[in-house]
Each structure stands twice: as structure tokens, then as C-alpha cells.
Design a protein. Structure first.
Length: 272
């Protein structure tokens, strides 16, 4: 995966964190909104820093178009252990399969944020960036300072450490929706029996036979007139949802649903 050589999430997360801490130290309520903005930027940089270690597992054709929520989802979809903090240590091995006879040497701790915490905190910080809603009634708003100060403390371990690691075997298969190659971690598929195409969002069920995995699409994609298939997430299947064809960029909108009814066995017995 190609990345912007000038972009350094590690540097950006530290700058954003320090800026937020400085703003909070002013004891000036007018600075709190800017502190929330810097903390939001810090969270985004942390996620981007973690994603970089996955290299080829990220889709080259679409990763540059991701917004923060998509990056958050991808971090969890790639690896089941993405939310677990690990300490890494190494030692020389004299024979394959035999434990080293000398003590292990610690090389770093990979501090990982929880997926739900990332999203909830990021969205709550975003709520402080909007103008006050004039129809909210007369209930006074509470100060965001306690939440911001709490967020600063929670972010500190992930800001102070930039160590990230990923060691795993990968599996790849063609996506039946977008036609691009899906690359997944073997241990992720082994534990969840699921996979997802990070390009179009198509989910797959994985079945293992004779040591090999076969992937089956779980939800049929939408097929445009141009012939390209586009996955529409089930939670978005509602009237008014707009989406674009991944190929020709033509925009579509869901305008209705077709329903069919059939009597149940109980109703048939009642009518009889």
C-alpha cells in the first residue's frame, strides 16, 4: 500500500494531543471547542498509525477515500485482536519448535484502543463543535471540560507509545461484488468464520474444508445498468437512502419496498 511520505500520524497525534492539553490548561471555556477538535484529530491520527502496519491488507484503490468512521471500522474488521494491547518480546531460538533457553527481551508494547470507545468518543467530541441548537429548551448545557480532561488521560498511553506490530498469515480471494482481491488475516477468519471486502463492504461467510477456506457472499449486491455490482449495507436498506455505483458513479435512491404476505399455519387452521 502506498502512503503519503509526508504524512506521519505519529507526529500528528502528539501535536494534536499537546495542543489539546495546552488549550485545556488555559482555564478558558472559549478554548474548549478547540480542545475538542484537537482531541478528535488525535484519535484519527492514532487509528491511521495503527492501520499503517497492515500494509497490503488495505485496499489500494479505495483506502485513500476513507473517512475516519470507515478507517475505524477497518481497524476492527482486519484483525480480531485489534482492540487488545500486547507486549512483544524476542529471544534467539537454537532449534525450530524449541523454546529459547535465554530470557526474552522486551521490544515494545502495542497500545490498542477499543473500537466502541474510538467511535463513541470521536462522535461525542464532534458534538461540541456544532452551534447551539436554539430549540433545545431552557435546560443549561453542562461544561465539556470533565469529558475532555478524561479523554486526555485515556489517550495518553496511545500517544506516548508509537510501537505497532502485526505478525500473521494472510488469505486472499476475489470479491464477487467489486471484483477486486480481498486480503484477510488467517487467524481472523479462523476465529470468526467471517470476512469483509474493505473496498465495497461485501460480507462473506467462511467455511473450512480439508484445511482450506471457501468464502460465500452473505448479502446480494446491487447491480447497476453499467454491469458493476455495489454492496448496499443491510442497515441502510431504507427509503431515502442514496448511494452511488462504485464504477460509473451514477447515483441511486431507495424509494420503496415490495412486501408479500402469506397466511401462517395458525391462521389457516383458524380459518378452517
Amino acid at each position: 500500500m502506498k502512503t503519503n511520505s509526508q504524512a506521519d500520524p505519529g507526529t500528528e497525534k502528539r501535536r494534536a494531543y499537546e495542543a489539546a492539553a495546552t488549550l485545556l490548561a488555559k482555564e478558558d471555556d472559549d478554548s474548549l471547542r478547540y480542545a475538542a477538535l484537537e482531541l478528535r484529530r488525535c484519535i484519527e491520527a492514532i487509528v491511521y498509525e495503527k492501520l499503517r502496519v497492515y500494509g497490503d491488507l488495505l485496499p489500494e484503490g479505495s483506502v485513500h477515500q476513507w473517512q475516519p468512521p470507515q478507517a475505524f471500522d477497518a481497524l476492527i474488521a482486519i484483525e480480531p485482536d485489534a482492540e487488545a494491547t500486547f507486549a512483544f518480546a524476542v529471544a534467539p531460538q537454537t532449534e525450530p519448535g524449541k523454546m529459547p533457553e535465554v530470557p526474552f527481551k522486551a521490544i515494545g508494547v502495542d497500545q490498542r484502543p477499543k473500537g466502541r470507545w474510538i467511535k463513541d468518543t470521536w462522535h461525542k467530541l464532534g458534538s461540541y463543535l456544532h452551534a447551539d441548537w436554539p430549540f433545545a429548551g431552557h435546560k443549561p448545557k453542562s461544561s465539556p471540560r470533565p469529558f475532555l480532561e478524561k479523554t486526555v488521560k485515556e489517550l495518553e498511553p496511545m500517544v506516548s507509545s508509537s510501537f505497532s506490530a502485526m505478525m500473521a498469515m494472510t488469505i486472499d480471494f476475489p470479491c464477487s461484488s467489486c471484483g477486486l482481491t480481498v486480503k484477510v488475516m488467517e487467524k481472523s477468519v479462523e476465529s470468526s468464520r467471517r470476512a469483509v471486502c474493505l473496498t465495497c463492504g461485501m460480507p462473506y461467510r467462511a467455511e473450512k474444508t480439508n484445511g482450506n477456506f471457501t468464502f460465500f457472499e452473505e448479502v446480494p449486491p446491487f447491480t447497476c445498468d453499467c454491469g458493476a455490482a455495489t454492496f448496499v449495507p443491510p442497515k441502510q436498506l431504507k427509503v431515502g437512502y442514496r448511494f452511488s455505483c462504485r464504477s460509473c458513479k451514477r447515483t441511486f435512491e431507495i424509494v420503496g419496498a415490495d412486501w408479500k404476505y402469506t397466511p401462517s399455519d395458525e391462521e389457516e387452521r383458524t380459518e378452517a
